[in-house]
Design a binder for this molecule. Sequence first.
Ligand code: ZN
Length: 390
Amino acid sequence: MKWSVVLLFVGAAVAVAEEVVLAKDCDVELCKLPDCRCSSTNIPGDLLPRDTPQFVTVTFDDGVNNLNIMTYREVLYNRKNSNGCPAGATFYVSHEYTNYQFVNELYNQGYEIALHSISHQTPQTYWATASYNSLKEEFADQRVLTSHFANIPMDAIKGVRLPFLQMSGDTSFQVMSDFGLVYDCSWITNNYSDPALWPYTLEYKSTQDCVVPPCPTASIPKTWVMPMVSWTDLNHTKCAMADTCYYTPELDDEAGWFQFILSNFERHYFSNRAPFGFYIHEWYLSTNPAVKAAMIRFLDVINNLSDVFMVNSAEVIDWVKDPVPVDQYREKTCKSWISSVCPPSSCGNVPATHNQNTYWMQICNVCPKVYPWLGNPLGLEPVTEAPEAL
Ligand SMILES: [Zn+2]
């Protein structure tokens, strides 16, 4: 009897030790930059809107392949902001069918490579309920995989976007925190779009609306949320990505689309200048040339505005940590990155262990033994049972 009480007590203590610490209401006196920021529509550093750089974050999701790279080259390459610095964009790359030689190319053009999981698997509930270990394998291991096969530095990979924008409560953020990933850009806000929500950390309780639950409730210091601020379509319905808006201009109406993009941009630019996210999938541009033309026209316009900067998402977090006025920001030295060669390998008939397929891989460095996947991000020879010693 006595022993069972003791055991129960020990069991309870262990359970408590593993339990997460719930985030408390945010206290602006305790939560200060550079490592803490309350969820808020206030401009960092209490700057006036006219002194605040308007950041634009263009992002593309999913695998990088020999079709969509053509669009990326056409729409993005050789763009500069009005201060002469190269314009940025962020790629949330999923692993399957990705050509890592092109990922290396995008990195060398100065764009940001971020994580969108190894498997990108369905059903969506997989992501909502995923265990810590699953998300460690999907994201922390994907960082190792991407760094290895695209031959880019681990440290350059900082961001995460969950497939289907399906939040997974605290779990994905706990993985990020434990493995040194800086920010998440999966969390949609419909309520805070006018004025829009600025990026913030998860040390204290978020006030952001939870559109695709479960959303985090734990205190996870120094881990940043880059809110996906919804656009508003022509029927005043919210949409997180431009290609999920429903009541849009006709898909062949370039002038209409240009106006549509511009009016969403202006909601940020003429208000608190929270970063304007332009989130889209490449297929939407290649199947709708008028939308692509409108996007190019929009980027041409903002690349000529002296207080607007098209940047990598991680550059926004860097600015929020140390918010300097726009006249100072314009004069800063441009972002730098260490260019990286890619000794190319074409790997045919790479067998998979998670299905019956064989894959064709375009990578830097040496071909893997098997197709890299969950639990084996480098595609090493699967371990076989050692034969009994005779
Ligand atoms: Zn995706």
